[in-house]
Design a protein around this ligand. Structure first.
Ligand SMILES: Nc1ncnc2c1ncn2[C@@H]1O[C@H](COP(=O)(O)OP(=O)(O)OP(=O)(O)O)[C@@H](O)[C@H]1O
Length: 196
């Protein structure tokens, strides 16, 4: 695997998609292939934890909005980027981009950046999140719609529109989707290898 200590020489695989689309599945596959993963959601979660703030969906959403208003729209990308310094590998997955400023932030600082968008229909995503039942997952359809609209209003749709690679996670089992993630990652790793 490509090794590199400088944060500016990283080959970044950026992952975006609406809530419940399958970003975590993609990240899990990347981890299993030895590719380190940084989650932008974790940056928000650890910010909330440090301040003893509640970790539910509404609270985390509010915290991200406040952080962006206070420190600029790329703030979560900046804080994620700081964490890159502790990673030796040259190829890193960064999961959870939400707006164009974050995309441009990473693109300007990486030697190479590929944006992967994961798509699934609204109904499918809702059913999956209900089954997942994470602490910050919406249980009611109205809550889910509200979260979708909030994500779109901060600019998520624009990031998805600029994806280099689109993976559709619909009408297939999780195992089938995992296989597609693996294939996409293998191609990206081969590209990174070729650039060395
Ligand atoms: N093809 C699939 N078939 C069945 N279940 C799936 C499939 N893909 C993902 N899931 C399940 O759907 C749920 C949502 O997927 P995942 O956690 O990857 O979404 P996400 O994009 O990371 O969501 P969020 O932005 O809310 O973190 C998970 O419980 C996952 O196991």
């Amino acid at each position: 695997m490509m090794q590199s200590s400088g944060v500016r020489s990283k080959f970044l695989i950026l992952v975006t998609g609406m809530p419940g689309a399958g970003k975590t599945v993609f990240s899990r596959v990347a981890s299993s292939m030895g590719v380190p993963v940084l989650s932008m959601g974790d940056v928000v979660r650890s910010y909330a934890a440090e301040r003893g703030l509640p970790m539910n969906d509404a609270s985390l959403g509010k915290i991200s909005l406040e952080l962006r208003e206070k420190f600029g729209r790329a703030v979560i990308a900046e804080r994620t980027f700081e964490r890159l310094a502790s990673i030796d590998q040259g190829v890193v997955v960064i999961e959870g981009l939400r707006n164009l400023e974050e995309l441009f932030y990473f693109r300007e600082r990486a030697s190479e950046a590929y944006l992967v968008a994961i798509h699934a229909s609204q109904k499918t995503r809702y059913e999956r999140l209900r089954k997942r039942g994470r602490k910050d997952d919406p249980l009611k359809w109205e809550e889910f719609l509200e979260r979708d609209l909030r994500e779109l209003s901060v600019g998520l749709g624009s990031v998805i529109a600029l994806a280099d690679i689109m993976l559709v996670n619909e009408g297939k089992t999780e195992e089938e989707f995992e296989e597609e993630c693996r294939e996409a990652l293998q191609k990206l790793l081969a590209r990174a290898e070729g650039l060395r």
